[in-house]
Write a protein that binds this ligand. Structure first.
Ligand code: ADP
Ligand code: MG
Length: 334
């Protein structure tokens, strides 16, 4: 009796069993609601959310995003790295997670553990194989991004770093609209004028998204040559454009000279021009290229090396800016 289907044309006979289509719609609405709740929860469980952008590709944005995550993790902080660059997803490689696939349990996506315990989610985890590019239709891609934000089991994090495709695409817009309490964006540039021009576009873009610009980082800024000689030796290096660079070795006989291969200081000028902070310079370091190829990021292979130190400076600048607002919120102060 209870199993007898109840029809609409029999009003007053009790509830109507939903059709398969209605059932599907209800399930979709329910998972959308669950996702919305999870996303609003992220405002509390993830203390700081930072977007990393650049005006153009190849300036080292993914290298910098990964480096920032690792440098924060070096301090013992809990860090997540979300890579939504489907066009050139090389974050997994740099984090030693090449070939990983998405881990889904009970409808929740679980991040992979990269170097130094950084939790990583990458669009690359969805690829069938590395060589076939995924062609996403706009709405599907944006739906996938929302899912990547709402359905991932990040747990408690101090920082979530988000890497994007280059330029002013839809992805940052979707993230800015979906994710609550974004601290701001870090803009990566190289010192050449063309890259700088593009980073200016990124700053205007940030303003249009109503996301704060935390600051500008100048990547591939200078190449440092190091050597050893007797203490107090004068060292001279012939640099391009007929210049000579000079230094003197220290009491241990160690010396270093930085060559500005692509000019220098452009990032600083751009930051000044737009009234946004300059966060520092990261050197040109062939170790980053090797790290990208063999899956060991420079920060992991040389934790106290000059590039790690440079990253730590940039990270300290970022922390100074985003964590000062923690103190400002002053909830405990009566
Ligand atoms: N500071 C650096 N020194 C040397 N090579 C670098 C540096 N930053 C990035 N690279 C190299 O430049 C290439 C592009 O970097 P990537 O991070 O993928 O750029 P993007 O994400 O902006 O496209 C990679 O081969 C990477 O190893
Ligand atoms: Mg990239």
């Amino acid at each position: 009796m209870a199993d007898t289907p109840i029809r609409m044309n029999n009003p007053g006979a009790g509830p109507v069993a939903p059709s398969a289509e209605e059932q599907k719609k209800m399930e979709a609405a329910y998972s959308q609601m669950k996702r919305q709740m999870a996303i609003s929860q992220m405002g509390k469980t993830i203390k700081h959310k930072i977007m990393v952008l650049s005006g153009k590709g190849g300036v080292g944005k993914s290298t910098v995003a990964t480096g920032l995550a690792l440098s924060l993790a070096q301090q013992g902080l809990k860090v997540g790295l979300l890579d939504i660059d489907i066009t050139g997803p090389n974050v997994p490689k740099m984090m030693g997670l090449d070939g990983r696939r998405l881990n889904v349990e009970a409808g929740r996506i679980h991040p992979a553990q990269g170097h130094l315990g950084v939790k990583v989610i990458s669009m690359a985890f969805l690829l069938e194989d590395e060589d076939s590019p995924v062609v996403w239709r706009g709405p599907i891609k944006l739906g996938a991004i929302q899912q990547f934000i709402g359905d991932v089991e990040w747990g408690q994090l101090d920082y979530l770093i988000i890497d994007f495709p280059p330029g002013t695409s839809d992805e940052p817009l979707t993230v800015a609209q979906s994710l609550p309490d974004i601290d701001g964006m870090v803009i990566v540039t190289t010192p050449q004028d063309v890259a700088l021009l593009d980073s200016r576009k990124s700053i205007t873009f940030a303003n249009s998204l109503k996301v704060d610009v935390i600051g500008v980082v100048e990547n591939m800024s200078g190449y440092t040559i190091r050597g050893k000689a007797a203490a107090g030796t004068d060292i001279q290096i012939a640099a391009p454009a007929g210049r000579t660079l000079q230094t003197t070795s220290d009491e241990n006989g160690e010396w270093s000279i930085t060559l500005d291969i692509f000019k220098s200081g452009g990032g600083e000028r751009t930051a000044e021009e737009f009234g946004v902070p300059f966060l520092g310079k990261l050197p040109f370091d062939p170790g980053f290229v090797r790290g990208g190829d063999d899956g060991v990021h420079r920060i992991v292979s040389e934790p106290d090396g000059p590039s790690s130190v440079a990253f730590a400076h940039v990270v300290a600048e970022i922390q100074g800016r985003v964590e000062s607002s923690d103190a400002d919120s002053g909830l405990e102060i009566i």
